[in-house]
Design a binder for this molecule. Structure first.
Ligand code: ARG
Length: 253
C-alpha cells in the first residue's frame, strides 16, 4: 500500500466499531470523569496550596464516585471553560455558571447544583444600591452574569471587567472601583477572609440557578450526572458539603 492508502486505512480503523467498543464511554465503571473548573472562585473552587478544593470540587469528586468513575481535574480561566467542552478536553464543567439562554445555545446544562444571586459589594459607606451606582466605577469578572447585570443598569459610570473575580475584588479594596458585583456567597467569604477591608454588601441585583455544563448533545453524561446529583441530595452528602462550606443548604427549592 502506498502512504495515502495506509493513512486512509488507519482512518477507517479509528472509526471502526471495534475501536469504539474498546474506548471506555463515560458510562463505563472505573472510567475517568474529566472535570474542569476555574480554581479562583472561593469557596466554590480554589487552590489551597497545590490542592484544588472547594464546594464544587468536593461535589464533583462525590459525583464521580457516585457514578463509579475517577475524577480528573483541569483548571483554566473562567472565560474559556465552556469553549473547552467543544474541544472535548474535558467532559463536565463545574464552575458556578448561571444557566442563561445565551450559554444554553452552546452547551447543555445539568440540573442546578445550587441557587444564588449577584450582589453589590462596597467599602464601608459605599454605593450599595442599584440607584447609587449611577456615575460610579464598578468592577466585575469578564464573561460573567455580573458583567451583564451591571451593563444593564442605567447610568453606571464605568464598568471595569477583569479576568478574575479576585482581581475585581482587589479593584474595590484598592479604591480603583467604588463597587464590586459578584456572587453573594463569594462576597460573604471575602468579607470574612478580609475583615480589615471593611466590606459591606448591598442590593441583590438578580438571582440565578447554577448548573454544570456538558458538550451540546452529550445527553448520556448529563443524565448520569443528574441521577448522581439527585442521589447525593437524597443520601445526605450534598447537605453535609453545603453545611461545611456555607453553614446552610444552598440547593434550589
Ligand atoms: N455565576 C456567574 C456566572 O454565571 C459567575 C461565575 C463565576 N465563576 C467562576 N468560577 N469564576 O457568570
Amino acid at each position: 500500500m502506498n502512504r495515502a492508502a495506509l493513512l486512509f486505512a488507519a482512518l477507517l480503523c479509528a472509526c471502526s466499531p471495534q475501536r469504539t467498543a474498546e474506548t471506555p464511554g463515560p458510562a463505563a465503571e472505573g472510567a475517568v470523569l474529566r472535570l474542569a473548573t476555574e480554581g479562583a472562585n472561593a469557596p466554590f473552587n480554589f487552590y489551597q496550596g497545590e490542592q484544588l478544593t472547594g464546594f464544587e470540587v468536593e461535589l464533583g469528586n462525590a459525583l464521580a464516585q457516585q457514578m463509579g468513575m475517577r475524577a480528573e481535574w483541569t483548571a483554566q480561566p473562567f472565560e474559556s471553560l465552556l469553549i473547552g467542552l467543544e474541544g472535548q478536553r474535558y467532559d463536565l464543567v463545574i464552575a458556578s455558571h448561571g444557566v442563561t439562554e445565551e450559554r444554553a445555545k452552546a452547551v447543555d446544562f445539568t440540573d442546578p447544583h445550587y441557587c444564588t444571586g449577584g450582589i453589590i459589594v462596597t467599602r464601608s459607606g459605599g454605593p450599595g444600591t442599584a440607584a447609587e451606582l449611577a456615575g460610579k466605577t464598578v468592577a466585575v469578572q469578564v464573561g460573567t452574569t455580573y458583567l451583564q447585570a451591571v451593563q444593564d443598569l442605567p447610568g453606571v459610570g464605568e464598568v471595569r471587567s477583569l479576568p478574575k473575580d479576585t482581581d475585581a475584588l482587589q479593584n474595590l479594596i484598592s479604591g480603583r472601583a467604588d463597587a464590586w458585583v459578584s456572587d453573594r456567597f463569594v462576597a460573604a467569604g471575602a468579607r470574612e477572609a478580609q475583615p480589615q477591608a471593611r466590606l459591606e454588601t448591598g442590593d441583590l441585583l438578580f438571582q440565578e440557578k447554577i448548573a454544570m455544563a456538558v458538550a451540546k448533545g452529550n445527553d448520556s453524561l448529563r443524565e448520569r450526572v443528574n441521577t448522581a446529583l439527585a442521589e447525593l441530595e437524597e443520601n445526605g452528602t450534598y447537605a453535609r458539603l453545603s453545611q461545611q462550606y456555607f453553614g446552610e443548604d444552598i440547593r434550589c427549592d
